[in-house]
Design a binder for this molecule. Structure first.
Ligand SMILES: Cc1cc2nc3c(=O)[nH]c(=O)nc-3n(C[C@H](O)[C@H](O)[C@H](O)COP(=O)(O)OP(=O)(O)OC[C@H]3O[C@@H](n4cnc5c(N)ncnc54)[C@H](O)[C@@H]3O)c2cc1C
Length: 419
């Protein structure tokens, strides 16, 4: 497989015909000025990423864990911000560069090929926050909060509770109006990267008498506010990148409510739909590049499994499926939708990409054999295939479990009768 074998010959957004080794790129500040020529834009991004995050330094972000990993990611966001590539497709007035989808695809593709630092700690900041605040936030909220993302501010999501996951509308955290503030009491769980976050998006019940969905409001929570306690949860991989949030008499100013009181459920749908589709985009580009590098390394080392017809067939089938899901995500990104209009594509993308991830991890674990599965009693870091395998299951649960996505596709998307 050659590097460019997955790209169409027609579309410059798909990256053909560029010899990066020979390219003498433009000055950094001119990258976004190249927006009208997609080929030149790609070359500019490629030259910049090779300069700022060269492959020789990749160990810095590949080996960093926990807080050190988040620090590398903050550094990466600030570097990107210097050249307009942190939140490039956002409107200029909110910290973006006003670029379009084709540029976004090119950036994701080039970052993945270069094995540049990932931005998992910025998942909520880069996806959920614009998807929510741009349609539903006040002008004050947009101008105050959106530009902070490009400057390296981490956000987290406080939706799930111990008794409200799949049935999110059962949430019990209370918000009681007290003058120009709300007073929040309750508990949230599984809040990814909340230990590093400056701000959270939060759902709380403002009317306990109303029908479930009808009594919920949507807030922006300052994670440094008195009464916010964050307790990390350890995963089966040994990592702790999500946490419980305990909220005791936390005060949120009224201007940090998003949407009207008791109408937070509709706002939350915008957040959830971004979470289910679009955020798989960057990750899938990266997984595709990683898988390709893996295969090329295995070819060079003449790995034993390559002689096994069955394993090779399975690998190629999954590789092809991965490509198909990438195409599906691009279709999703091109879908123009009014806020509040439901589409089943985000659920389809979430379902396909997360189950593909577990099947790929499982295959790589089988390929690695006993070495990939060995965990000693003193081991704090799992072998990569085992770590990836265990970690992959999280994506079948997060952003709404896959069973729920199947229900949504069947009932709302295909109008099938409820089981
Ligand atoms: C890695 C990871 C990161 C996460 N990050 C965040 C975050 O940042 N912020 C946040 O708020 N939450 C986060 N979550 C929480 C996530 O949204 C919930 O775990 C998810 O919605 C499922 O809820 P639950 O865990 O309470 O399981 P439950 O709702 O109790 O479900 C348990 C099982 O029952 C099945 N089930 C439940 N109801 C039905 C039904 N009607 N039909 C068929 N099957 C059903 C589910 O599919 C699941 O298999 C994260 C979770 C994970 C794993």
């Amino acid at each position: 497989m050659s590097t460019d074998s997955y790209h169409s010959r027609e579309n410059p957004a798909d990256g053909d015909g560029i010899d990066s080794a020979c390219f003498d790129g433009p000055g950094d500040s001119s990258i976004t000025d190249l927006r009208h020529d997609l080929q030149a834009f790609r070359e500019g991004v490629r030259a910049w990423v090779r300069k700022v995050a060269p492959p020789e330094q990749a160990h810095r972000w590949q080996q960093a864990k926990g807080a050190a990993q988040v620090e590398v990611q903050r550094w990466w966001m600030r570097e990107r911000n210097k050249v307009g590539l942190a939140t490039p497709h956002w409107p200029r007035e909110y910290g973006g560069a006003g670029l379009n989808l084709e540029h976004q695809i090119i950036i994701a593709d080039e970052f993945a090929r270069a094995d540049a630092p990932e931005t998992s700690a910025f998942t909520v900041a880069m996806n959920h926050i614009p998807a929510t605040l741009i349609p539903y936030g006040t002008e004050h909220q947009k101008r105050k909060y959106l530009p902070t993302v490009a400057q390296g501010t981490v956000w987290c999501q406080g939706f799930s509770e111990p008794g409200a996951g799949s049935d999110l509308a059962a949430l019990q955290t209370r918000a009681v109006r007290d003058g120009d503030h709300y007073v929040i009491n309750g508990q949230k769980i599984w809040s990814s990267h909340s230990m590093y976050a400056s701000w959270a998006i939060l759902l709380a019940r403002t009317d306990p008498e109303a029908r479930k969905q009808a009594g919920i409001s949507y807030f922006i929570l300052d994670m440094k506010a008195p009464g916010v306690e964050v307790r990390p949860i350890r995963k089966s991989t040994g990592a702790s990148n999500f946490a419980e949030l305990f909220l005791t008499d936390v005060r949120i100013p009224i201007e940090d409510r998003v949407g009207e009181e008791n109408e937070g459920w509709a706002v939350a749908q915008a957040t959830l739909s971004a979470e289910r589709g679009v955020l798989a985009f960057d990750r899938l580009e990266r997984e595709r590049a990683t898988l390709q590098r893996y295969y090329e390394r295995e070819l060079v080392s003449n790995a034993a499994w390559l002689k096994d017809d069955q394993l090779r067939r399975e690998f190629m089938r999954l590789f092809a499926e991965q490509h198909a899901v990438r195409r599906q995500i691009r279709a999703l990104l091109r879908e123009t939708r009014e806020p509040g209009v439901w589409s089943m594509t985000p659920s389809l993308v979430k379902l396909l990409s997360s189950s593909l991830r577990t099947r790929l991890a499982e295959l790589q674990l089988r390929i690695a054999g006993m070495e990939g599965q060995k965990i000693g009693p003193q081991d704090t870091v799992l072998p990569v295939p085992m770590y990836d395998y265990l970690d992959s299951y999280g994506s079948t649960i997060s952003a709404g479990a896959n069973e729920i996505q199947r229900n949504l596709i069947a009932e709302r998307g295909l109008a099938m009768p409820r089981g």
